[in-house]
Design a protein around this ligand. Structure first.
Ligand SMILES: [Zn+2]
Length: 600
């Protein structure tokens, strides 16, 4: 674990956060033209007209990561055929770092940079171009000037004949079809662009245009139903935060049998299945994704940790409160569908229970405080390995559980007069925009909402590895964890396995399991138990032949050396973290739970 004192953060901060800057009006824009001469080969061709202010040399760069997805991605690896010209005269281009280039302008006032980007990664942070459509994100597409100014950036899309439409949250340029303008590079990076023949629906709330878009294999998507339910989530979220703070909003879903979602200021980009409106389970999963990413338009895109701006697009930006930015957002992703009338009480309690279970079943919760798991996300959460669960805690579920406990604490301390909603509104009023909050400022505003000092409580929940205390919240809402009957628990070895072309291979071994106690290792191939072969898909059925407490001999191959390891089986852990209403809940307790679920 890297401690702050040992870490020299080199913040080159190449770009100013999207501050309204009067100087921005004076700067000439960079003008990009995007072309798709052969989209089936997965390339977008970019032409950038770059003003030089008469300098003999300018340096340009491509970001190496995308805000919201905390890993250096090296997008420049997909760039090729970089060339530049001043008018019709070619000029020298020299690569100056892995993601920067120097252009010898010869004093020309404007130069043209041309390059191609290979676009075939179907993730919410990268690009995809194919015969039918293009999905472009800012960071992996646009090379810009190395500078600290808030310079406008414009994008013009030349549509292939078979494509009809460009959809993005960027502002259109009046009188110029398929042209858009960003007031600065941050806005450009923050605005995915979908080009093709998408299925769209629109609705208006508070006079603001909302576009619900699906691109990909959309034949089975029930767009009217989806748009109606998205509108309900918008209304529920508005009740939490008080007002809608964006000019317009795009819900962009790629129907490409892939997963994930990424928040932006005025849009979100997510992925889903062609079946996403077909089954209740898939549909509610997608609506949960919508609720999460949409709530981010407040929590992280406008109300943000102070470290998340101005962005340094070439280096890690370290932040200790992603458990607020992601975890509190995930809490509202459980709350909003309930308040919108989409989820049942059982589904709401199941959602919160799943968050609690994810925290309580991970040994790493006793190793790393959630503020440090946030800080180290660049090297841990976004680079998981076989030991991750043993060494760190995911700040999404732990942050969500802290939000659940905090909500109860504020409601209890104020006799139900205020809630976490109040705290989020006050935090938004105080720290949104260019300000950002420090952890202490966030603790202070929540303390104010509760009317009691919560600094010590946050130190314990978010800055230590102490177990979370559920007593207060459960008592307040009249809930309990469902009792678990372990009398007939199945035999349990612990550790996860995969079927590797017919070989049964151990992929992870958690602390506190029979497997780790006995010395079974990751990458061991399990061959037999008690001298009887175990086939790759047969481990669970074989363990059913035993009971907890039985001693077995496991034959494994470790780097091809065959050996036997004795293991004492344990009882399979029950699902011990399922919330349910107390059978003896009082009228007051039931009313408090209803107030949480109804948004009172
Ligand atoms: Zn998120």
């Amino acid at each position: 674990m890297i401690r702050r004192t040992l870490l020299a953060v080199a913040c080159l901060c190449t770009v100013v956060f999207s501050a309204p800057d009067l100087r921005a009006q004076a700067l000439d824009p960079i003008r990009y033209t995007l072309r798709f001469p052969a989209p089936h080969t997965h390339y977008v061709e970019v032409e950038a007209a770059i003003p030089t202010a008469g300098r003999a040399e300018v340096e340009v760069y491509m970001p190496t990561w995308t805000p919201g997805s905390y890993l250096i991605r090296e997008y420049e690896r997909n760039v090729e055929a970089v060339a530049a010209a001043a008018g019709t005269r070619p000029i020298a281009v020299a690569k100056s770092t892995k993601n920067r280039w120097k252009l010898a302008t010869g004093g020309a006032a404007n130069v043209t940079l041309r390059y191609k980007v290979y676009s075939r990664e179907m993730t919410v942070r990268n690009n995809w171009v194919e015969a039918g459509f293009a999905m472009l994100n800012g960071a992996p597409t646009f090379i810009t000037l190395v500078e600290r100014a808030a310079r406008p950036h414009e994008v013009k899309v030349e549509l292939p004949a078979a494509w009809k439409k460009v959809e993005t949250a960027l502002e259109p340029v009046a009188g110029s079809p398929n042209s858009f303008r960003a007031s600065d590079f941050d806005t450009l990076v923050d605005s995915p662009i979908i080009i093709g023949n998408p299925l769209t629906r629109e609705f208006t709330v508070d006079g603001k245009r909302h576009v619900v878009l699906f691109e990909g294999d959309t034949a089975m998507i029930e767009a009217d139903k989806a748009a109606a339910d998205v509108q309900k989530i918008v209304a529920a979220a508005k009740n939490v935060m008080g007002s809608l703070v964006y000019p317009h909003y795009h819900f962009l879903t790629m129907v490409t049998e892939s997963g994930g979602g990424l928040e932006h200021k005025n849009s979100f980009l997510g992925m889903g299945s062609r079946f996403l409106t077909r089954t209740d389970r898939a549909y509610k999963g997608w609506l949960g994704l919508i609720a999460h990413e949409y709530f981010h338009n407040w929590n992280v895109k406008r109300l943000r940790p102070v470290e998340l701006g101005p962005f340094d697009y070439e280096n890690e930006n370290y932040v200790k409160t992603l458990w607020v930015a992601e975890g509190f957002t995930d809490y509202y992703a459980d709350v909003l569908p309930k308040r919108a009338g989409i989820a049942s009480t059982d589904e709401f309690l199941d959602g919160i229970s799943a968050q609690i279970e994810q925290v309580q079943s991970v040994p790493g919760r006793l190793v790393t405080p959630v503020n440090m798991s946030s800080y180290d996300t660049w090297i841990k959460q976004y680079r998981p390995d076989e030991n991750t669960a043993n060494t760190t805690v995911n700040y999404y579920p732990k942050g969500a559980v802290i939000a659940f406990l905090l909500d109860a604490r504020i409601r209890k301390a104020t006799n139900g007069a205020r809630s976490l909603d109040t705290g989020m509104q006050w935090a938004m009023q105080r720290y949104s925009g260019d300000k950002g909050y420090t952890p202490d400022q966030f603790y202070a505003v929540m303390s104010e909402a509760a009317g009691v000092d919560l600094k010590g409580w946050f130190a314990k929940t978010a800055e230590s590895t102490d177990e979370l205390d559920y007593t207060e919240a459960l008592e307040y809402y009249g809930l309990r964890f469902r009792p678990v009957d372990t009398r007939n628990a199945r035999a349990y070895i612990g550790g996860n396995t995969r079927n590797d072309a017919g070989r049964l291979v151990i992929t992870s071994v958690r602390r506190g399991t029979p497997a780790i106690e006995a010395g079974l290792n990751v990458d061991d191939e399990i061959l037999a138990i008690d001298d009887v072969r175990v086939r790759a898909d047969g481990l669970a059925a074989r363990l059913d032949q035993y009971k907890a407490g039985d001693k077995i001999s496991v034959m494994v191959a470790r780097r091809d050396r065959v050996m036997k390891i004795d293991v004492t089986l344990g009882p399979e852990p029950g699902r011990a973290w399922r919330l349910e209403p107390l059978p003896s809940a009082t009228v007051e307790q039931t009313a408090r739970l209803a107030a949480l679920m109804d948004g009172k």
